[in-house]
Structure formats: C-alpha cells, structure tokens
Design a protein around this ligand. Structure first.
Ligand SMILES: [Zn+2]
Ligand SMILES: [Zn+2]
Length: 90
C-alpha cells in the first residue's frame, strides 16, 4: 500500500480505463464496467469479475452449509411443536 498517489488517477486492472475504485476482495483497481456490485452486508461491495466468479461458488457453499444447519433445526422445531401439542396443552 505505497506509491499509489501519482496524480490521483488509478487505472482499471482489466481494461485500462479510469478506475472507479478498488475491488473489495483482491484490491485491484477496477472501473465501472469491470466490476459488479454485490450486496454482502450493510453496504454494497464492488468486486471484479474474477473475484465475483470465485465468490459465487463460495456463496453456493454457504447455502449448502446453511441448509445442513437449518434442516435439523426444522426437525427439532417440528418435534417440539408435536410434543407441546401432545403433552403441553391441558
Ligand atoms: Zn475496466
Ligand atoms: Zn478482485
């Protein structure tokens, strides 16, 4: 992170145009055409196409993990409701 201040203009790593900002993941400067906005939290992130493709598989993995977490929780919830319905209601 040094020496990036020559003139204040940073050029896109993909096409050489004036960069709009750094990629949120690999920190390469990218222009508006070479990045995509992704909503990964409170504020939208601009990431380059290479990182976007990598992130797609990553988020797909998270969906799988979330599915594995949610499925047993749903089964427990169903059991709890069933037990409550059988024994909890006087
Ligand atoms: Zn570009
Ligand atoms: Zn990137």
């Amino acid at each position: 992170m040094s020496g990036g201040d020559d003139g204040g203009f940073v050029h896109c790593a993909g096409c050489g145009a004036l960069a709009a900002g750094p990629c949120a993941r690999c920190r390469k400067p990218v222009c508006g055409d070479c990045c995509v906005l992704t909503s990964g939290g409170a504020q939208p992130w601009a990431i380059c196409h290479a990182c976007n493709e990598g992130g797609a598989s990553l988020s797909r993995g998270w969906v799988t993990v979330l599915g594995w977490l949610i499925k047993p929780m749903l089964v427990l919830l169903a059991l709890y409701v069933l037990l409550y319905w059988l024994f909890g209601v006087e």
